[in-house]
Write a protein that binds this ligand. Structure first.
Ligand code: PEP
Ligand code: CO
Length: 449
């Protein structure tokens, strides 16, 4: 087991500069909320976190593949059974496609049950000519574009905790209680997707799986085993609001290690990964698997120093590097990073976030992403890793199970003018269910190469 990080405690980050924190106006209320949170039960357990790390260790060597995805920013008002179910469904469908067509076990990690805190490029924004504080996620303020709604309220962290607990409770019920059973693969197909080419491809694949299961039953092999009837599903979010994360950090009574029990996996955003900053200080001491976003402005020396600090024992499964360079930037920025990390001998999961550097403003107004750019960054990601002799081990998406119109392109050729039909995100544009399945079929082909 990893020895406990030297000179670290769950509050040691407080001596370092912490970027991207809301400006909580009521300090007393803030402290009160955090002290309340620190007495509430953990959301996830150390044993589950260790299980995820072991599975991620397999993605380092290419013996498993990481699928991570969900909303850019979860919303409190979307904490409902249908919405949670639809997100879970599309991720399970994608995982089935990747497992069956791609031929690899898939590690399923949602951006869910706590993805309520957002970094922003600017502290304020101009709405109708008025400058107001930026929206920083439902755990800080409201997305409603009026000045009062944008004042950070610490009570929102408490609400975020309870809604994360409610979301997790339903996810656990769905994944353990039969909903995720493999013989239900056909039943997961969403109504609006069924009629589409992707829906039909999925139907075909699901039918093949059902036939294989029937065949096993017929010849007397029991399919009544946990692997068939339950899915292992994990949660993740960006570890951004450090007061919240600290309050949910607990010492595991069986091993004495410290775990951030707000989610199984946590990631560090591209904007908060300063080597001497508070986020790195906090995360180096918790034993969860960690993701790190890396965008085009990275310095190789920094990245290597951060990996060394976060994973001094070079434990496989601890670090996932989530690169986001854009379709236009990936060929320039990924190869030197791969070479540097490889030369240093670090064991990492290489994952691709093909969303965050492919965002642009559509002619019709909203922020969007083009399906072809996303796919093109993914293709380059696989090809560059193959040619460098490293393992493309995972993907990271912003997606939803709903029939939204936020990203253009895909099999239905969603056009710029159609974006406003059902544009619901409060933050970044997500793939809808049909676009997500299409993406999964494409990735499956790359995996099985
Ligand atoms: C995100 O994943 O929503 C995000 C803000 O990413 P990044 O840190 O890569 O900009
Ligand atoms: Co985003």
């Amino acid at each position: 087991m990893t020895e406990h990080a030297r000179d670290w405690n769950k509050s040691s980050w407080q001596n370092r500069p912490a970027l991207q924190q809301p400006n909580w106006p009521d300090k007393m209320k803030y402290d009160e909320v955090l002290s309340n949170l620190s007495t509430l039960p953990p959301l996830v357990f150390a044993g589950e976190i260790r299980a995820l790390k072991q599975m991620l260790a397999k993605a380092v060597t290419g013996d498993a593949f990481l699928l991570q995805g969900g909303d850019c920013s979860e919303e409190f008002t979307n904490c409902t059974a249908p919405r949670i179910r639809e997100t879970l469904k599309v991720l399970l469908q994608m995982a089935v496609i990747l497992t069956y067509a791609g031929g690899k076990p898939v590690v399923k990690v949602g951006r869910i049950a706590g993805q309520y805190a957002k970094p922003r490029s600017s502290d304020t924004e101009i709405v109708d000519g008025v400058e107001i504080p930026s929206y920083r996620g439902d755990m800080a303020n409201s997305a409603e574009p009026i000045p009062e709604a944008r004042i950070p309220d610490p009570e929102r962290m408490l609400k975020g905790y309870y809604l994360s607990a409610a979301t997790l409770n339903l996810l656990r019920a769905f994944t353990r209680g039969g909903f995720a059973a493999l013989h239900r693969v056909q039943a997961w197909n969403q109504e609006f997707v069924k009629q589409s080419p992707m829906g039909r491809s999925y139907e075909r694949l699901a039918r093949q799986i059902s036939q294989a299961l029937d065949f096993m039953e017929t010849i007397g092999i029991s399919t009544d085993i946990p692997q068939m009837n339950q899915a292992q599903f994990f949660t993740s979010h960006e570890a951004l609001f450090l007061g919240y994360e600290e309050s949910l950090t607990r010492e595991d009574s069986t091993t004495g290690g410290w775990y951030d029990c707000s989610a199984h996996m946590l990631w560090i955003g591209d904007r908060t990964r300063q080597i001497d900053g508070a986020h790195i200080e906090f995360l180096r001491g918790v034993l969860n698997p960690l993701g790190m976003k890396i965008g085009p402005k990275y310095e190789l020396a920094d990245i290597l120093a951060i990996i060394e600090r976060l994973n001094p024992d070079n434990e496989p499964g601890r670090m996932t590097l989530i690169t986001r360079f854009g379709a236009k930037g990936i060929e320039k920025f990924l190869p030197p990073l791969i070479r540097g990390v490889k030369k240093a001998g670090f064991h990492v999961v290489w994952s691709c976030d093909p969303m965050h550097a492919n965002t642009f403003t559509a002619a019709s107004g909203p922020k969007t992403r083009n399906f072809d750019d996303i796919l093109s960054e993914l293709r380059c990601f696989f090809e560059l890793h193959w040619s460098e002799g490293t393992v493309p081990g995972g993907v990271h998406f912003e997606l939803t199970g709903e029939n939204v119109t936020e990203c253009i392109g895909g099999a239905r050729q969603l056009a710029d003018e159609q974006l406003n039909l059902n544009y619901l995100t409060t933050c970044d544009p997500r793939l809808n269910a049909e676009q997500s399945l299409e993406m999964a079929f494409q990735i499956a082909e790359m995996i099985r190469r």
